[in-house]
Design a protein around this ligand. Structure first.
Ligand SMILES: C[S@@+](CC[C@H](N)C(=O)[O-])C[C@H]1O[C@@H](n2cnc3c(N)ncnc32)[C@H](O)[C@@H]1O
Length: 267
């Protein structure tokens, strides 16, 4: 399946910033506690974006690891390389399209991670089999993605603003905990499922609207039944803002809970 999706540096940065400012919990701390990576580990992060997970691994291990990040997006890779230069981490950032055979050797990595990216794969069994191929025997795959109850408030407010228009199936939350988990279980010997819940609490509508803009604007194609051009998008954003304001006045705050599944599989 071809997924119409293109992440941009600014939209990704906006969402990362809102998670850290308004979230009650830190997803990187959760991930690092779960993974217990060791000095000397050889790590590959697929769909690394601007390098968030790679830099977390590097900081956690005080640089004592061989870390590679791979992504298809040149702009995000350039940003990751810039941060690497500024921090002097020595992390390798490579061009990697997970819809193609990875330009990497068999049985090489202790850990392959893929955070909030796997569901953009065109052929999930192929991409997961590539991750399996490059892992050492006994190596681990870690993926994160949205569970079906993720961001209820976000969808509730959009429904309210659009008179209950049916929300299009999202490539992540509609398939991650079903189709993708089943594919991982097929290929790997042992799979653990961990859940991370992070309530984002907004006292005003502005950060919620900034989050919504950053989620919807680059995912335009997914939302084509809701808006086509810029004008329709702005009309919809106005209705969303009114619905959010109404809820805020009713409840005193807006709480949008991120519900993330972490799948940890051993080869
Ligand atoms: C939501 S971002 C997550 C980025 C990063 N893992 C993070 O959590 O900040 C999804 C990432 O998947 C990447 N991606 C999408 N299609 C890809 C492909 N075919 N091959 C490699 N990466 C891809 C995007 O470029 C983007 O960096």
């Amino acid at each position: 399946m071809k997924i119409e999706y293109k992440e941009t540096t600014s939209d990704l940065a906006t969402r990362i910033d809102i998670h850290s400012k308004f979230g009650g919990r830190n997803i990187d701390t959760w991930m690092l506690d779960l993974l217990k990576i060791q000095p000397g580990d050889v790590i590959l992060d697929v769909g690394c974006g601007s390098g968030k997970q790679c830099f977390s691994y590097h900081a956690y291990l005080n640089g004592k690891a061989d870390i590679t990040g791979g992504d298809v997006d040149k702009e995000l890779l350039a940003q990751a390389r810039e941060t690497d230069q500024a921090k002097g981490t020595g992390i390798k950032f490579i061009d990697l399209d997970f819809n193609q055979k990875f330009p990497l050797p068999d049985n090489h990595y202790d850990l392959v991670s893929c955070c909030f990216a796997i569901y953009y794969a065109e052929n999930v069994p192929f991409t997961i089999s590539e991750m399996h191929r490059v892992l050492k025997p006994g190596g681990r795959l870690f993926t994160t993605g949205p569970m079906p109850t993720n961001k209820q408030l976000f969808y509730d407010i959009i429904r309210e603003a659009t008179n209950n228009k049916p929300i299009p199936p999202m490539p992540g939350s509609s398939r991650y905990s079903t189709e993708f988990l089943a594919t991982i279980k097929n290929l790997f010997s042992k799979v653990e499922v961990e859940i991370f819940e992070n309530p984002l609490t907004f006292e005003t509508v502005e950060p919620f609207i900034a989050y919504t803009r950053a989620s919807l604007s680059e995912d335009r194609k997914l939302w084509s039944t809701f808006f086509q051009g810029k004008e329709e998008f702005e009309q919809m954003m106005k209705a969303i803002e009114q619905a959010a304001q109404k809820r805020l006045e009713r409840d005193g705050k807006l709480v949008m809970t991120k519900v993330v599944g972490g799948f940890l599989a051993t080869k």
